[in-house]
Design a protein around this ligand. Structure first.
Ligand SMILES: *Cc1c(COP(=O)(O)O)cnc(C)c1O
Length: 223
């Protein structure tokens, strides 16, 4: 199967309001160009330098989404162009993105990453940490970031019921946060969840942004 065929498989029948982030991390420009030629415009990367190098050499109408764990010293490289940062997992990081965005005269779209999986290896706020941060209200002063929603990763398991339960939990948290802190805002509307092996469950549970990599670009040796 070609990349174009794989893309079609994922996007055919995608419900309205669900967008695909094609996760191109570790894949060369040629693979992205193939997906681009097939019409894909949103790509996801997990390393700041790699994403910036790709941004510089690929068409400028690509929307670059950063889906990795963001180190504060790497923020500045992506600030001029990044379309969405999915992995905000601390207030300090949000503050730092705001600071760099202010310097660049931009307002940067961010998603708060919530830890929903059973594994404790994954990053993210716990639901309580996230609510505490929102309650402290300092974030409202950060005028160069736009909090657009939540992001999460389900447990890495074959237990489909477990995965569904985690996605449904994230959706209910999303609704609660929206009603409590963003009732007057149209910005808070994205729920980023679902990867190659679980995006169907994520869509059923209300995802608006699925992040699919290996199913499109196929398995490769990861560094
Ligand atoms: C790599 C990655 C993906 C894509 O995973 P696949 O299983 O290859 O679809 C999605 N989200 C995050 C945060 C990732 O790191």
């Amino acid at each position: 199967m070609s990349i174009a065929d794989n893309l079609k498989q994922v996007t055919v029948g995608l419900p309205q309001g669900v967008r695909l982030v094609a996760v191109s991390k570790f894949h060369p420009n040629e693979a992205i160009e193939e997906a681009y030629a097939a019409g894909q415009r949103i790509f996801g990367e997990s390393k700041a330098q790699e994403m910036t190098a790709k941004y510089e050499s690929l068409p400028k109408d690509i929307e670059w989404h950063f889906i990795g764990h963001l180190q504060t010293n790497k923020i500045k490289y992506m600030i001029p162009y990044v379309a969405m940062i999915h992995g905000i997992d601390s207030y300090r990081l949000l503050e730092e993105v705001n600071k760099q965005a202010a310097k660049a005269g931009r307002k940067v779209n961010c998603l708060l990453q919530i830890h929903i999986a059973r594994e404790d290896t994954k990053f993210g706020f716990t639901p309580d940490e996230c609510k505490d941060m929102l309650n402290r209200a300092q974030w409202k002063e950060l005028s160069h970031v736009r909090i657009c929603g939540l992001m999460g990763m389900a447990s890495n398991t074959d237990d489909v019921e477990q995965i569904k339960a985690e996605f449904c939990f994230l959706n209910s948290l999303f609704q609660e946060i929206k009603a409590t802190w963003f009732a007057d805002s149209t910005d808070f509307r994205e729920l980023s969840m679902g990867m190659s092996h679980d995006y169907h469950e994520a869509i059923a549970a209300g995802s608006t942004l699925i992040r699919v990599g290996s199913k499109i670009f196929e398995e490769r040796e990861y560094k």
